[in-house]
Design a protein around this ligand. Structure first.
Ligand code: ADP
Ligand code: ZN
Length: 615
């Protein structure tokens, strides 16, 4: 064939749909992906708000392949970058990253490849992109687009603030005419406005998607014996699954991981106090092996795009709903059922309030943080659908209760707690606002106690007036009144309960108080609707296991995570549909041209073997 004609053919750019099918092996775009991609391919700027797992990456990866030149992707985390680049290479895409893990020779190789136009996607960390060396390199290249991932990092009020992001607007001036997209899973309005102004995206079209994560089941339980509660939850619903358990302190991380190990589970710790090597090692194992539970502080997680994390558990309350939503969002990115579970108690409220009080932040900042904490507490104590309240916080209305959260599945009884609240408040008042929960509750219950007698509190009118509730129920009432701001807990170290301005109306009888009835026992496990491992029909189980083994083999051979080879959903489809030819295999979601070529024969042979074995 005439070499010129051949060149012409290969130079023809494919359409977005063709790339989606041939490279990524997917049959259709999801949500607003097609719109966003068309817009960017045509040269428009975009602000993309999409929940975790929504499919943000394709929104710049496909335009990167359709437009000519190299796409620059700014991504804040090295681990994420490496994973994404690895996944792209598996699909046959020419992708590379420049970061501090590379040695000199590797950097030069990549720079040369870039100059020769051999690289379609280049991932760079924000601090590196702004160096004169990188900018000079980029000057030499035709740029297809600039994508700024995790764009909320530009927000000073946010929880992931990165100062380097503030300078990224410089790219607009340096590379005029190159379309830019900012992408994030943090949706609130102020953050959105900050992104637009700081990144100079005034002309960007906004693409907001629903933030609902329908596959996540949300549950919050009152904290009693948190570790045992966690263990029961894992055993009942997530035996053998990969998950993340968040704790506030390093010590608690260590202790919880050890304890879970002793119970026979595979758990690893992760926090900023471990040395880099230990952290990297544990993260590696979490990504590469199956069924590992990562017990971690919030130092862990951003940019972890392991798709089959089946649960995220909180043993301590997050500081805000933004943080909660982002952390729980790491569950179920593959769209299969997953759980967000949290144990929450009075001590959480006290600890977090104290952290805000004692922080160095100025008053304005503290006020913002208190407001965020209050929204978080409101979510914990809510008696209506959790998903509705979560989405409402992010400005989205969900018409119906979701039917897939604890309060929907097991409606929480609420009761008129006005009288009970009055008793509690006056008991706190009469004992001089100097005592903690345990003491106040003992007085209400009329307990025969040396200290109470010494203080002559057995003579108070509130002594023994609260026998209609037991100690546990009273502590639940205290927690709720603290959460809704009627009582404050002193940060003097004694945890004395104090009355706030707000409680006057209740004491006067002008305001009624509605309380939630905490369940007496641990709510029964939610029925997982279609767990991936449970979704495999019994006669396909042997094949499913063999396919996973095969995937593990290829993954460890190349030192990559198994899901980079094929997602669970792809293997599950193979087991169910048993394709018998390259053509049939290529129709399975997640099998693109390159993967078909690389792994097709091995997986087809396995399937054939199982057919013959009648398995
Ligand atoms: P995000 O970055 O928004 O959290 P990702 O881009 O990592 O989400 O996508 C989440 C998962 O969904 C990935 O496994 C991805 O391959 C898959 N995915 C994205 N778009 C599609 C699609 N159109 N069809 C099938 N799977 C998709
Ligand atoms: Zn609900």
């Amino acid at each position: 064939m005439d070499p010129l004609i051949e060149m012409d053919l290969s130079a023809r750019k494919r359409t977005p749909e063709e790339v989606l099918q041939a490279v990524f092996g997917y049959s259709a775009f999801r949500g607003r992906q097609a719109e966003i991609i068309d817009w960017v391919v045509d040269g428009g700027d975009a602000l993309v708000l999409m929940p975790t797992g929504g499919g943000k990456s394709l929104c710049y990866q496909i335009p990167a392949l359709v437009r000519s030149g190299t796409a620059l992707v700014i991504s804040p985390l090295i681990a994420l970058m490496q994973d994404q680049v690895e996944a792209l290479r598996q699909s046959g895409v020419a992708a590379a990253y420049l970061n501090s893990t590379l040695h000199w020779g590797q950097v030069q190789n990549i720079e040369n490849a870039l100059r020769e136009g051999l690289i379609d996607l280049l991932y760079v960390a924000p601090e590196r992109v702004l160096t004169e060396r990188t900018l000079a390199l980029l000057d030499e290249l035709p740029l297809a687009l600039i994508a700024i991932d995790e764009a909320h990092c530009v927000s000073q009020w946010g929880h992931d603030f990165r100062p380097e992001y503030m300078q990224l607007a410089a790219l607009a001036e340096r590379f005029p005419g190159v379309p830019r997209l900012a992408l994030t899973a943090t949706a609130d309005e102020p953050t959105q406005r900050e992104i637009v102004s700081r990144l100079e995206l005034a002309d960007a079209k906004l693409f907001a998607s629903s933030f609902d994560r329908p596959n996540i089941f949300y549950r919050v339980i009152p904290k009693a014996s948190p570790r045992e509660q966690l263990l029961r939850f894992i055993r009942a619903e997530h035996e053998g699954d990969a998950g993340i358990v968040y704790c506030l302190s390093r010590r608690k991380v260590e202790e919880t991981a050890e304890w879970l190990e002793r119970q026979g589970l595979s758990a690893l710790p992760y926090h900023a106090g471990l040395n880099n090597q230990a952290r990297a090692h544990n993260q590696e194992r979490f990504l590469r092996e199956e069924g590992i539970i990562m017990v971690a502080t919030i130092a862990f997680g951003m940019g972890i795009d392991k798709s089959n994390v089946r649960f995220v558990a909180h043993l301590d309350l997050p500081k805000s709903l933004e943080a909660y939503y982002q952390e729980t969002g790491r569950a179920g990115r593959d769209g299969l059922p997953a759980s967000a579970w949290m144990a929450y108690g009075l001590q959480d409220v006290v600890t977090l309030r104290r952290m805000v009080d004692e922080s160095e932040a100025d008053t304005a900042r503290k006020r913002v943080e208190y407001r965020k904490l209050e929204a978080m507490l409101g979510y914990c104590e809510i008696t209506t659908c959790r998903r509705q309240s979560l989405l409402a916080y992010f400005g989205e209305a969900l018409g119906q209760p979701c039917g897939h959260c604890d309060t929907c599945v097991e409606p929480v009884a609420s009761w008129d707690g006005t009288q009970v609240a009055q008793k509690l408040l006056s008991c706190i008042c009469r004992t001089g606002q100097r005592f903690g929960v345990a003491y106040v509750v003992d007085v209400l219950l009329g307990k025969d106690d040396e200290r109470i007698r010494r203080n002559r509190h057995d003579r108070l009118s509130t002594f023994g007036i609260g026998t209609e509730l037991d100690g546990k129920a009273w502590r639940g009432v205290v927690r709720q009144l603290v959460a809704s701001g009627y009582i404050s807990v002193d940060v003097d170290g004694y945890g004395s309960l104090r009355l706030t301005e707000r409680c006057r109306a209740v004491l006067r009888g002008d305001e009624t108080v509605t309380l939630r009835r905490d369940p007496a026992r641990m709510p029964r496990a939610a029925k997982p609707r279609q767990r991936p491992s449970k979704d495999i029909a019994p006669h396909n189980e042997a094949l499913w296991a063999a396919l996973r083994e095969c995937r593990r083999y290829f993954a460890s051979e190349q030192g990559v995570a198994p899901y980079v080879i094929f997602h669970d959903t792809t293997l599950a489809q193979m087991a169910a549909l048993r394709p018998d030819s390259h053509d049939a295999l290529s129709r399975i979601s997640g099998v693109g041209e390159k993967k078909l070529e690389r792994y097709g024969d091995a997986f087809l042979a396995l399937i054939r073997e199982h057919e013959q074995g009648g398995g």
